[in-house]
Design a protein around this ligand. Structure first.
Ligand code: GLV
Ligand code: GLV
Length: 324
């Protein structure tokens, strides 16, 4: 039987090769661009499809599922996050979901450490000063920031990625590692992690790293009250999802000096408009959602997404199936 597949973007060739070499007869149509598929094209492209390979920028809701029709068996997302998928609607229809955990853990943890150091040590500001002539001499009080040695780090969400971040930060001489979340994690012992209430983490940490998934509970969690409990010398880092943060409240906290600095790899919306006021702040470093962006990681992600898709089409095991 011929299986119809819709792919919402150009993806690394590793995944495309797996699809074309597969024993299943696939008729693949693809939005063959590096830019997002327009909604109307997605609704058209998915008609009658058995499988969808999508990205975190594609909102897959009831309208998309209705447009697909009853053939749709599997949705494979090229991401570890799945807050862009309407899970209840998907489950109701008996559709399986594949995602890409594990393979992007190291890359995302590395990027988080890079962003933390860049923000705390003010690297983007320094680079800018060298270019614009602001570097007039070595100055004892100039471009000082905050160091990890002897510090307290708080990780919100000690899952796979949070744990990998903790493992990378500990060798910098971190004194205490706090974490919060729904439950205490046995694996936290490996990094001497102390499970504490969120309020304790927020008020005692010198560095706060958000590494939890976006859920109704975590949406808008980092708000006015959260920032008001932070130390004025503390640095806030978010590499999970933008909507965990109330950006208006973050702007107020950064511009009033209530907190020292923020590094964000994720925002709402994405892309962040170039005239957004967060971008006017020197103490805010914003990256364009590049946590998993190494050549090899994106290649492995695309291969995994392709295998998940094929498993779903054939009704066999998927290497990384989301439990719905
Ligand atoms: C990236 O944010 C992902 O969910 O893979
Ligand atoms: C800095 O370059 C120093 O020598 O202290």
């Amino acid at each position: 039987k011929l299986m119809k597949v819709f792919i919402t973007r150009r993806i690394p060739q590793e995944g495309m090769k797996i699809l074309s070499a597969a024993g299943v007869r696939c008729e693949v149509s693809q939005w063959d661009s590096d830019e997002p598929v327009p909604r109307a094209e997605l609704l058209k492209g998915i008609q009658g499809a058995h499988g969808l390979l999508c990205l975190l920028s594609d909102k897959v809701d009831a309208e998309v599922l209705e447009a697909a029709g009853p053939n749709l068996k599997v949705i494979s997302t090229l991401s570890v996050g799945f807050d862009h998928l309407a899970i209840d609607e998907i489950k109701k229809r008996g559709i399986r979901v594949g995602y890409t955990p594990d393979v992007l853990t190291d890359a995302t943890a590395e990027l988080t450490v890079a962003l933390l150091l860049a923000t705390a040590r003010r690297l983007p500001e320094g680079v800018e000063e060298v270019k614009n002539g602001g570097w007039s001499s070595w100055k004892p009080l100039w471009l000082c920031g905050y160091g990890l040695s002897g510090s307290t780090v708080g990780i919100i969400g000690l899952g796979r990625i949070g744990m990998a971040i903790a493992q990378r930060l500990m060798p910098f001489g971190v004194k205490r590692l706090l974490y919060s979340g729904r439950t205490a994690k046995p694996h936290a012992a490996e990094v001497n992690g102390e499970f504490v209430p969120l309020d304790t983490l927020v008020s005692e940490s010198d560095f706060i790293v958000v590494s939890c998934s976006l859920t109704p509970e975590t949406q808008g969690m980092c708000d006015k009250s959260f920032f008001s409990k932070m130390k004025p010398t503390a640095v806030f880092i978010n590499t999970s999802r933008g909507a965990v943060v109330n950006q208006e409240h973050l702007y107020e906290a950064l511009s009033s000096g209530q907190i020292a600095a923020a590094g964000l790899d994720v925002t709402t919306p994405e892309p962040l408009p170039t005239n957004h006021r967060l971008l006017t702040l020197k103490n805010c470093v914003v990256l364009p959602h590049i946590g998993s962006a190494t050549y090899s990681t994106r290649g492995v992600m695309s291969a995994l997404a392709a295998r998940n898709l094929l498993g779903g089409l054939q009704g066999t095991d998927m290497p990384s199936e989301l439990t719905l």
